[in-house]
Design a protein around this ligand. Sequence first.
Ligand SMILES: NC(=O)c1ccc[n+]([C@@H]2O[C@H](COP(=O)([O-])OP(=O)(O)OC[C@H]3O[C@@H](n4cnc5c(N)ncnc54)[C@H](OP(=O)(O)O)[C@@H]3O)[C@@H](O)[C@H]2O)c1
Length: 371
Amino acid sequence: MPTSVELAALDRARQIALAARGDTEPNPQVGCVLLRDDVVVGEGRHAEFGGPHAEIGALAAAGEQAAGSTAVVTLEPCSTTGKTGPCCRALLAAGVVRVVVGAIDPNPAHAGRGLTLLRGSGVEVEIVDDPGCLELVERFERALARKRPHVLAKWAMSRDGGIAGPGGETVRLSGPEAEARVHRWRRALDGILVGVQTIVADDPLLTARGELPALRPLHRIVLDPTLRTPRFARVVTTAHETPTWLCARDDADEARAAEFEEQGVRVLRAPAGESWLPDVLATLRLSAIQRVMVEGGARTLAAFLEAGLVDQVAVLLSRKTLGVDAVAAVAGRTLPGDDPQALASALALHDVRTEVLGEDMLLRGERSVTD
Ligand SMILES: NC(=O)c1ccc[n+]([C@@H]2O[C@H](COP(=O)([O-])OP(=O)(O)OC[C@H]3O[C@@H](n4cnc5c(N)ncnc54)[C@H](OP(=O)(O)O)[C@@H]3O)[C@@H](O)[C@H]2O)c1
């Protein structure tokens, strides 16, 4: 039986975990509290996709005090995965003697394996089946069952709902703090996805250029049904340094595809038709792309939102205005850039959070997806 101190620690671990909501998906949020003689000696969370697991952070915080401690974790510790090595091994190496687990790993490839390994090494294991921890796991299970990557849609928007100037003119809407945040997100992704018109209009590099090193190999992904990406676009000329994938229709020109491939660009094809976008995403998932950020432009954002293929939204609300002839942020929609609450409801977001980032405001929220 878990003690009342352990149950309180589990509650705390769940709260620590939840603070990373929006940053770890499709992986679950996980929190860990280390107790020694009923006193907390270390805490950790899985803070971002591709980053170290919760147990590793808690062990680092506890240092030598981890020896003889109890680890209280929202999710069964992994036995085989993790950038910093399997968490079970790390717990054993640190001398943890008891592990209290909020929920079992729902992934059939891992379920119960960590606990068997710990028990086999003489560690006492307690499973709580805590409803709050099970809820975190259920979201993870749904993400696992989806045949597509986790999709975060992000864009910068003017006060009057624009994404680009009249005629698609490129405008720098966000300040340095907001841009730094975008680069931080990019380091914990498998892919940045844009529509081909954004490549034509802005010629962006789409790389992570923050101070912190990338956590995952980043792929630039362009929706380009007919392969009209300019051959000298920066995403093409730098494809040997950071992979670039063009997603085309199956009837796109073969010779043009071959030219791109010679330049080191990968061309993925999906049958033309209504399910082109879901098919592209399924292909990306099969190519190990688990988390992707859709960065525009307006037609691409509209296509994702209309198809119900967005899990999370992040909008950087600028104080600038672009005028009535600006390109609307989501094609075919008039969105209020000056009223975060109205914007959240227009986008059908729940669990909405706002944060001031220098001169901009960040609005984040979840979308209910049915697939
Ligand atoms: N403020 C911001 O955060 C931000 C971010 C990015 C871009 N932008 C701005 O947005 C503007 C570009 O937006 P945009 O709406 O014109 O273009 P876009 O969304 O970048 O690209 C649209 C094109 O992508 C392809 N595409 C996208 N979704 C598709 C789907 N579901 N099925 C088939 N093809 C699909 C189509 O290519 P085809 O036409 O070849 O069929 C489509 O015309 C630029 O001016 C850029 O500056 C702003």
